[in-house]
Design a binder for this molecule. Sequence first.
Ligand code: NAD
Length: 252
Amino acid sequence: MVMNPAGLVAGKSVIVTGGGSGIGRATVLLLVNEGAKVVLGDIDVAGGEETARLAAEAGGEAGFVRTDVAKTADVDALVNRAVALFGRLDGAVNNAGIDMEADPAMQWEESTYDRMAEVNGKSIFTCLKREIAQMVPQAGGSIVNIGSIVSFAGAPGRPAYVACKHAAIGLTRTAALEFAKNNIRVNAVCPGGILTPLMEKDQALKAAVAAANPMGRLGDANEVAEAVVWLLSDRSSYVNGHSIVIDGGFTA
Ligand SMILES: NC(=O)c1ccc[n+]([C@@H]2O[C@H](COP(=O)([O-])OP(=O)(O)OC[C@H]3O[C@@H](n4cnc5c(N)ncnc54)[C@H](O)[C@@H]3O)[C@@H](O)[C@H]2O)c1
């Protein structure tokens, strides 16, 4: 069943990592509203199941698979589930992420860098590799990696997060170039301060980010999801290797 046959991504099979909260959840719900069939992965079972329930409540189709994106076998299982359910993989959103450096004690720690690199950095590589392996024989697909405004600038006290978000752009551009001939597009969406549970964990940062923004507010997760869904759709067919910044004009 396709919920919205006239939707922007009607009938497309899409996976979303980190779909149990924030930007990932908003993306899953917009995708099903625009007619996609979704499988979401998250390390948080309660959050993932709640997103799947919300999607079903809205009349959409979204399965949940418990996934740790730092584990290649889990990424394999997520892709395999989408293919088993829907027969192919048209789109993927590599969104799962953590921000351990909100705690000052975790800044400039080697263990922080290692875990952040696994979850926010290398996972983009493993997800891309597995998703592209599925899309090449299908002769097409669209992938969106979630970066950040710190994909393009430094941020004091957040070396590991910033480094991983820079890596996400390098991987986006490289995969876009390498697989354009296979009709696979790879782009990034780079949010500024968005009001999600990740941002709620750091109230001082939340207040400072809102005050510094030209629009005087944080963004909403739906405002990020809109760009992600458009990039997954055929309406962005000549957009490739690009990064869309969604920050209310902050970096302008
Ligand atoms: N909120 C912001 O202001 C902001 C700004 C720029 C970029 N981002 C990026 O957007 C993405 C989503 O962030 P959010 O704000 O929605 O955060 P969030 O904490 O609300 O959601 C992140 C989700 O990822 C999941 N996750 C964490 N580790 C995982 C793992 N190992 N495997 C699978 N899932 C895992 C979490 O359980 C959670 O459901 C992240 O990549 C983040 O870096 C957020």
